[in-house]
Design a protein around this ligand. Sequence first.
Ligand code: SAM
Ligand code: SF4
Length: 333
Amino acid sequence: MENQNQLIDSFGRVHNNLRISVTDRCNIRCFYCMPAENVQFLNRSKILSFEEIIRFVRLVVPLGVNKIRLTGGEPLVRKEIPELVKMLAEIPGIDDIGITTNGILLPQYAQQLYDAGLRRINISLDALNAKKFEEITRRDEYDKVIEGIQSAHAAGFEPVKINAVSIRNMTEEEIVPFGRLARETGAEIRFIEFMPLDADNQWEREKVLFAHEIQEILTQGIMPLVPEKQSDKSAPASNFVFEDGVGRVGFIASISNPFCMSCNRFRLTADGKLRNCLFSLEETDVRALFQSNAPDEQIIEAVRNSIAAKKEGHEINTARFIQPDRPMYSIGG
Ligand code: SAM
Ligand code: SF4
């Protein structure tokens, strides 16, 4: 039966997918996300508690939210994340919990996360070359990420998805090795176009390596790809399989082929601000509502208003585009 309470915006998009950032802290410093030095992290007292996160989720489940993804910053640097996963998994109506992680702490947490009820895992890794990895992340943690990917496979995550941000004049040589990795291990590689959400305002269109160019490199270097049937119409990635049926890759073409019109996502930042889009310039302060003991109805009304105000699309490809003040690590990717 259709839920009359659904979160529907003025373009008819139904919002059932909530991304929760659990921290803005991180153990590496990817240049497209964080500044190199002197990162101003949130004071711990400003971060939503697990109880506040759970209260928020319980309020939005009756509004049709059934998918959650934990992110950050690096979600695994927040203490006791498996406990949060368990608390979320116990909420009736939540049937899909995922995490996006840089993988460094997975050797420690993969099994606990799986046992707590997590089933979807995306591990971010932009290069299979350790030096290139260090150039991008400004840290020497490549081996730990590889170990983390192995731990995820061993814990039972299937498939393991790998997110690789693609940057012109930087990651071209990584593409074919990633294609081979997909073929050899069953991991799904999702190439992501570089978006203007970096902390240093270094983004330029010229630095974006476009999905169609990546596809061409894979075709030349391995073999042609054939599109897969899209089972989830609101998924941002368009998925392909190599024509011999071995190895799956996806493209998140946020710049060259924006998927805004099928977006079903909204976000809660670590400091409790609700954002109806990654690129939103406005936020709703849910934490302030919690702190002022606002009743449930007022919070639900605030969520509805936020979704109702969602813009048609991100406008990166127009002169109107304004990059949000918050970089990616502070929003939650
Ligand atoms: N720390 C975790 C990680 O890296 O997986 C979770 C947070 S991170 C902000 C979430 C995802 O956003 C990662 O896959 C990361 O590569 C991606 N990301 C960060 N900044 C980006 C940017 N400017 N353009 C495209 N993707 C970006
Ligand atoms: Fe950290 Fe993830 Fe941002 Fe990289 S992309 S700096 S791992 S939060």
